[in-house]
Design a protein around this ligand. Sequence first.
Ligand SMILES: Nc1nc2c(ncn2[C@@H]2O[C@H](COP(=O)(O)OP(=O)(O)OP(=O)(O)O)[C@@H](O)[C@H]2O)c(=O)[nH]1
Length: 231
Amino acid sequence: MHLDHSLPSLPHQHTSAGHIRPDGSRRALRIGLGGPVGSGKTASVAALCRTLRDRWSIAVVTNDIYTREDAEYLRREAVLPPERITAVETGACPHTAIRDDISANLEAVEQLEDALHPLDLVLVESGGDNLTATFSKGLVDAQIFVIDVASGDDIPRKGGPGITTADLLLVNKTDLAPHVGADLATMAADAKRQRGALPVIFTSLTSDEGIREVADWVTAHLSRWRAEAAV
Ligand SMILES: Nc1nc2c(ncn2[C@@H]2O[C@H](COP(=O)(O)OP(=O)(O)OP(=O)(O)O)[C@@H](O)[C@H]2O)c(=O)[nH]1
């Protein structure tokens, strides 16, 4: 795996799953965004950065198999200053880099924390994968799984760990529902059946529909994280 070394290389230590960095300061909350290819992970990261960047200090790590396209897109869109966006080139199945060998992602997150300290939030975007992809709890504190309406309204019914266990499920591209004959009510009912009390938000990122709700969910997590770290 290759790290994008556009950041200064600083000495760092891998932090534990706790809230505190080796120097005693609070570390950033880490939220992973996973989901199938093209479902809208990068669009979600971009929308969250635009909505939250004036309130919180944010950085982003993207994962691609052979390129750094997602990071380049986010830099081009100027969703954050360029030094706040870094890329991990996984060179293998995307889920390996977020679940099995998380070292390159951890290093990327910790380099960002060292260079930009204090950070409130790091968003880690997985490469596009399948319905089984989930993040290691050693890498992120909470996970958002992004699926989309255009891939079929039976996707929530199919389940899989991303859909059933993610802390938040986004059903994106609702604007396409009339064009692909997707039944949003069925998707909502199936998602509820699979997830019980876990939240589901329907979004259309071409119009920012639903993104305020997602941003509020992130902010609630962040507020809880900061309160726990203060105890
Ligand atoms: N119509 C519509 N298009 C969307 C929406 N969200 C994203 N897209 C488009 O869908 C395509 C894929 O979006 P991305 O955000 O790149 O998806 P991704 O999950 O990051 O893709 P990979 O990183 O390749 O897995 C892009 O052309 C987006 O502009 C949406 O809500 N509605």
